[in-house]
Each structure stands twice: as structure tokens, then as C-alpha cells.
Design a protein around this ligand. Structure first.
Ligand SMILES: Cc1cc2nc3c(=O)[nH]c(=O)nc-3n(C[C@H](O)[C@H](O)[C@H](O)COP(=O)(O)OP(=O)(O)OC[C@H]3O[C@@H](n4cnc5c(N)ncnc54)[C@H](O)[C@@H]3O)c2cc1C
Ligand code: SF4
Length: 517
């Protein structure tokens, strides 16, 4: 008879990988089903052309937009999921993000749990993912029960200069929290070499705190943990009552396989988790599994983002640039009554990665080539909260394909944040008319495809009429089905989502350990 598992986890990214890690030491039999394989370690990992121009590590999936037009989503199917390519900016949501916040496009709803509820799990996640940061610099951050395990990654001279100029201008720049295995005090012992090909690239030397390196790899020798790669879960089967998942149907090497376990935790990423539940409709769940409320797939969010480069006469020879954040506009200011969002740095521009873009002419540098632009660029990433709108949703067609209907929210706030960036750059010698949009990062040119920060689709809450999951992330309508990726977010805030997914997986992990005790 085929093995019966205590827990089957579907997807090995920030949510699923972290959940597997926290359950493993219990000795329970854990099965981790991952549709991708290990990301190959090869020189292409650190080469801008294969990574950004050729999209070598982006899935070949085809999704469809609201008009039925096909596009290639920026999703990554590997052990470790999207974290293999992520920028490792590991932020906590701000305490006020857990409450209701009013925005120009509507309401960011309150979570059923508070920042205080999440705080211990954020601390544990920061320890596990070895986050580097300096507490106390950012006035918007919440209290913490544990110090960051590592000091913040230092600014290189150009970024330190910008930080000093901003501080002189009355702003509160801070060291961005970052998950890289860098030991600056003992560089010869450091796993991370502090290179320029981090944000958006896989790490060739496995020095990024991604879910494969931190959470999954350390489990591979454990006899109670089984990882099956190339295992695409197509459908979940239930018993006749519809209350219990009894079979996890997988397509692997062209064959159909069925796995069985007491508890099933879906963690395939917000869009794919919704896809799986919708494609698992049966007599008891005619609209899709756990979807009696018609909430599965709805409230898809992915941040209202903008990548820009600011140009100055002096060259920017920074190597690892993602060290600075600014939250002075995260909430309302004295001049603007709405929250605007977060400003942070992203990986340094690289002429090869920018290939295919038409450099905009600037008054400052009318004849600059892409190489000149890249050499002088200082690169910023602006994030405004995206609101959970029921009409922004994932649906599937008769072939099971994902259709993504999405319209951006809070455009006015995003525009205002861009304006604030231009203003603050006046304090740094990079004047407003030398700021250009940068499209290649996360393929900003096809907005709906840039789904790196996808969340929502199965939100958690107390009311089964308006949420898919209860506060333990168990489906209201089933007894043994959990969803443990960014799907559970009722709102997304304006900081990067991965640490919240990791912290939540640790929280749900403890609940499952109690349940199985
Ligand atoms: C380029 C890039 C940069 C980013 N930078 C940051 C950052 O700096 N900070 C931050 O916080 N976040 C960042 N993110 C976002 C972050 O990576 C995600 O929020 C996080 O990984 C989401 O976790 P998840 O568990 O929901 O999904 P994922 O990590 O994507 O994991 C989902 C897993 O499920 C697997 N899967 C999918 N379908 C199936 C199926 N049917 N059967 C089996 N397995 C399946 C996938 O292969 C994948 O391994 C970035 C993302 C990208 C792409
Ligand atoms: S900066 Fe460090 S973690 Fe990032 S890719 Fe380079 S070596 Fe890896």
C-alpha cells in the first residue's frame, strides 16, 4: 500500500517550504510536492542576459488577461518558489497595516489578527531567515521582542551619501531589512560575497536566504520528510461528505499519481492555489473546493509598483545597492491625507539587463547610451498598497487555465509617491527631471504579468461568508485543508510580502503541531 502521510504540503516556496521546515522536527511524516525542480547552479544564474532578457528562469505557463489575451506570467517553478529569484528584502508589515486604512480607491480592511499576534512569528522568521537590519531607524516600524539576528547590511559610499543627504533634509532613511548570508565582520568566512547580481537573480553560491537554502535543503536527509519534484498537483479529491481531502492528484512525468495524507496544506502561490481549488470542484463543492462563499480567487493583489532610475553627474559604482529604505510617505503626511507607500532601492542597473528599452532623453544627458545611463543610475522601487477588490480575481476556464482579471488601485497615491521621490531627490543632487522609469525589472512593461508580489485569493477571516480560511488558515468548509502561502492576506500593505508569508507559515505550523499532538 502506498505511504500515508501526516501532512502533504503543495509548493515549496516562502509558505510551503517554511511550513515543512517547522513541522519536520516533530518526526511526523511530511510530503512536499513541488511542481518544479531544483534551480540549476550555473554561470547563467548571475548573467543579466539569460535572467532578464531571455527570462530563462520564468515558467513557460500561459495565463489569460480579462480580454482573453494570453501572456507569460512572471512566476518561477523551482524548489524554493519565487524566493529563488527574490530580492530578499524581508520587511514586517507595519502595525497599522493590520487595522483598517482608508485609501483613495477604498478601504484596506483590518486583519482578524493584530501586529501583536504576529510579532513573535515575525521574530522567529527573522531568526530562521537570518535577516540583517537595524531596529529603531524607521519611525513606522512596530515593536519587536527579539533583535535582528544580524546587523544591517552596510551602505556603500554612494548610498551612504544619499542617506546622509536625506537625513539632512529631515527625512528618516533606514537600513533595509535583508536576508542574505553576509558576514561583514568576517568577510573571509562569509557565504555571501556581496555581488551585483542579487535582486531578481538566483544566487549561484546559495548565499541568499531563500526557502530552498534555508528551509528545504536542511530537511533532505531526514527520513520523515519526502520531497517529490516535478510533481504538479492538478486536483484535490474529497470524501462523499466534502469535508475531508482524501486524495492529492499529481501529474508527474506524464503519469497520474495520487498521494494521501491526514492534512493537506496548499502553498502553490496566490494564483496557483486559487487555480487548484477552483479546478477541484466536485458535487459537494460545485464552485470549487472551499468556495461556497464565492471568495476563492477574488481579492487578488500584487502591489502598485514603479521602478525608476535617478541620474546624477557622478557615477554610481555601488555593487550591492538594496540597502536603503524610506517610509516617510508610508502613511498620510501633513501635506497629503492618504497613505502613499514605501520607497526602497533595487538592484543596480545594468546595461545588458536594460537592453530593449528605449532610454528616455533627459535634459541632463540628451546623448547618453544605455551603458551611460546604467553607470550613473541610482535605482529606486516604489510600492503603494494595492486594495483587495472582489472583481480583481483569478478564474479558470474549461481547460483549467488561469484567467487574471485585474485593474490597479490607488493610482493617485502611487503618482503622489513618485512626486515625493522626485522632490526628495532634490536633496541628493539628483534633480526631478533626471528620473526615468525602468521597465525591465519584473517586466513592468506588461503590468498584469509582473505578479511577483501576488497575494489574496483565499483570504483568512472569522466570517465564512466573506473569507475562505479561518484564522488558523484552515478552509472554513473542510476539516483538513489549509492554505499557507500569500493567498491568506486580507490586505497587502506596502512592503514586500515574503516575511509575512514565512511568519504565518511558522504560526500555522505550531497550530498543526498542536492539532497532531
Ligand atoms: C523577482 C522577484 C523579486 C522579489 N523580491 C522580493 C523581496 O525582495 N522581498 C519579498 O518579501 N518578496 C519578494 N518577492 C516576492 C516573494 O518571492 C513572494 O511573495 C513569495 O515567494 C511568495 O511565497 P508563496 O509561498 O506564496 O509562493 P512561492 O514562493 O512562489 O511558492 C509557490 C510554490 O508552489 C509551486 N507550485 C505552483 N503550483 C504548483 C502545483 N500545482 N503543484 C505543486 N507545486 C506548485 C511553485 O513551483 C513554487 O515553488 C519577489 C518575487 C520575485 C519574483
Ligand atoms: S549578494 Fe550575496 S546572496 Fe546576493 S547573489 Fe550575491 S552572493 Fe548571493
Amino acid at each position: 500500500m502506498a505511504e500515508h502521510y501526516d501532512v502533504i504540503i503543495i509548493g515549496s516556496g516562502a509558505g510551503g517550504g517554511t511550513l515543512a521546515h517547522t513541522l519536520a522536527s516533530s518526526g511526523k511524516r511530511i510530503l512536499l510536492l513541488e511542481r518544479g525542480d531544483f534551480l540549476p547552479r550555473e554561470l547563467d544564474n548571475w548573467d543579466a542576459k539569460p535572467v532578464f532578457v531571455d527570462g530563462k528562469y520564468i515558467s513557460k505557463d500561459t495565463w489569460f488577461d480579462r480580454d482573453g489575451k494570453s501572456f507569460q506570467p512572471q512566476v518561477h517553478y523551482f524548489v524554493g518558489g519565487a524566493t529563488k529569484l527574490y530580492g530578499a528584502a524581508l520587511y514586517r508589515l507595519r502595525p497599522r497595516d493590520f487595522g483598517e486604512l482608508k485609501h483613495t480607491s477604498g478601504i484596506s480592511p483590518a486583519w482578524p489578527l493584530s501586529y501583536d499576534d504576529f510579532e513573535p512569528w515575525y521574530s522567529q522568521a527573522e531568526q530562521l531567515y537570518q535577516v540583517h537590519g537595524n531596529a529603531g531607524e524607521d519611525p513606522t516600524e512596530g515593536h519587536r521582542s527579539e533583535a535582528y539576528p544580524w546587523p544591517a547590511v552596510s551602505h556603500e559610499p554612494r548610498i551612504q551619501h544619499i542617506s546622509d543627504d536625506l537625513a539632512k533634509g529631515g527625512y528618516h532613511p533606514f537600513h533595509a531589512p535583508c536576508g542574505i548570508l553576509l558576514n561583514e565582520a568576517r568577510r573571509p568566512m562569509s557565504t555571501c560575497i556581496r555581488c551585483a547580481t542579487c535582486d531578481g537573480y538566483p544566487c549561484l553560491v546559495h548565499a541568499k536566504s531563500d526557502a530552498e537554502v534555508i528551509a528545504v535543503r536542511p530537511l533532505l536527509d531526514r527520513s520523515n520528510v519526502t520531497l517529490v519534484t516535478g510533481a504538479e498537483v492538478r486536483r484535490l479529491e474529497t470524501d462523499d461528505s466534502g469535508r475531508t481531502v482524501t486524495g492529492v492528484v499529481v501529474s508527474r512525468d506524464g503519469n497520474r499519481e495520487v498521494y494521501r495524507g491526514d492534512i493537506v496544506a496548499v502553498s502553490a502561490g496566490a494564483a496557483n492555489s486559487a487555480k487548484l481549488l477552483l479546478n477541484s470542484a466536485n458535487d459537494k463543492h460545485p464552485q470549487g473546493l472551499a468556495n461556497g462563499s464565492d471568495q476563492v480567487g477574488r481579492n487578488y493583489m500584487f502591489h502598485n509598483c514603479l521602478a525608476v532610475v535617478a541620474l546624477a553627474k557622478e557615477k554610481n559604482d555601488t555593487i550591492f545597492q538594496k540597502t536603503l529604505g524610506i517610509n516617510d510617505f508610508y502613511f498620510a503626511t501633513k501635506d497629503y491625507q492618504w497613505p502613499m507607500g514605501n520607497i526602497q532601492m533595487i538592484g543596480k542597473s545594468n546595461a545588458q539587463a536594460m537592453r530593449g528599452e528605449q532610454p528616455e532623453k533627459t535634459m541632463f544627458a540628451p546623448n547618453w547610451t544605455l551603458a551611460d545611463v546604467a553607470e550613473h543610475a541610482v535605482d529606486f522601487w516604489l510600492t503603494t498598497e494595492d486594495l483587495p477588490v472582489p472583481e480583481n480575481r483569478v478564474t479558470t476556464d474549461q481547460h483549467g487555465n488561469v484567467h487574471l482579471t485585474y485593474s490597479a488601485t490607488n493610482d493617485e497615491e502611487a503618482g503622489r509617491l513618485y512626486g515625493e521621490l522626485k522632490k526628495i531627490l532634490n536633496h541628493t543632487g539628483m534633480a526631478a527631471h533626471h528620473v526615468l522609469r525602468k521597465n525591465f525589472y519584473m517586466d513592468m512593461s506588461i503590468p498584469v504579468a509582473g505578479c511577483a508580489h501576488q497575494a489574496g485569493t483565499c483570504r483568512f477571516g472569522a466570517d465564512p461568508a466573506t473569507s475562505v480560511l479561518d484564522v488558523d488558515c484552515k478552509a472554513h468548509e473542510l476539516d483538513n485543508l489549509y492554505v499557507v502561502d500569500t493567498s491568506f492576506f486580507p490586505s497587502i500593505g506596502a512592503v514586500n510580502p515574503a516575511l509575512t508569508a514565512m511568519a504565518n507559515a511558522l504560526r500555522v505550523g505550531e497550530h498543526l503541531l498542536d492539532r497532531m499532538a
